[in-house]
Design a protein around this ligand. Sequence first.
Ligand code: ACO
Length: 341
Amino acid sequence: MLGLEGLVVAETRLSSVDGEKGELVVCGLSLEQLAARNFEEAFHTLLDTSVELASLRCQVFPKLRLILPLLTGDREPSAALRLGLASLPSNISAEELVAAFPLLLAGARHGSNLQAPDPKLSQVEDFMRLFFGERQAADRVRALNTYLVTVSEHGMNASTFACRVVASTGAKPLESALAGLAALSGPLHGGAPGPVLDLLDELREVDDREVHLREKLRRGERLMGFGHRIYRRRDPRAEVLQGAVQSLRPSAELRFAQQVEVLAQKVLQDWKPDRPLKTNVEFYTALLLHELGFERSWFTALFAMGRVMGWMAHFQEQRALGKLMRPQSRYIGALPQGAKL
Ligand code: ACO
């Protein structure tokens, strides 16, 4: 089964992705219910804990001091996040790791000038204050909160699977999270929102957008922000994030993106009539994060800041199971002379 499509590798209480209906359930909540909660509530639900994230942020902050000066410079934000994460004490807990991500991201921007966390603020509000250098309006905090919670957990996706494989070896939360982060480095999982904006920029410059999209497909290019391994009818996260973008400001850019979405759907439908390629979470992620003022190079690291909650919940589940993941492969290479399989 190439690509492990359709293969069940674990039983989980964390989430269920129904590709046919286009529905996501997380710990007994529909995605729409989960997305209405704040980051702290999602954290308590997913990691089944009552520990306060704000106090964990304050606890973790002193552990970052030595590494902060090394995080800035020419490094891409995702690379800085990997470096920062790898430098944390190896015995850091799953809960502390979730609290560390906003500090690492803001640290990747400000290095040793990073201000101390404020325990009176929520995780998302504090992150935005640290990142942008001042407190942000409530609607902006709400929009980022919706994004981070929406992407926090999503079945056995590639990065979660990577985390669980590493967790199954008895590794610690830190190594498991590093595996998840590494799995986000390719463009097919978590890396599409930047290229979504590139596609929109490209389309602004051309006269006949439909012809342009068709030519891209003929050249073998993929339209970023469309298609999903599981969702065939709709990606419910795309709809939630579309609502979050609209709540910020119904801008001309949003209207343009919606026109492109309709056009891309039409072109993809003609291109692959038997394979529904619907708008995925990354299309509206791109618009939302752009509207909030994040440069596209930060998008993957921001995704990780939400997804780390799911990774750590799966880490706990896998460790409780205590079973090494060890699938098999079918050998199709050369045999020693005279040997038969
Ligand atoms: N544009 C054009 N063609 C596409 C697209 C697309 N966005 N997506 C799939 N196809 C085509 C493929 O070229 C392939 O055609 P072929 O059979 O002629 O080779 C066919 O549809 C099946 O593609 P696969 O990659 O085998 O399907 P899979 O289920 O593995 O793909 C994926 C899922 C990787 C998301 C794919 O749709 C894609 O590359 N989309 C663009 C990148 C993207 O938006 N990624 C973000 C996903 S959401 C997330 O990671 C959180």
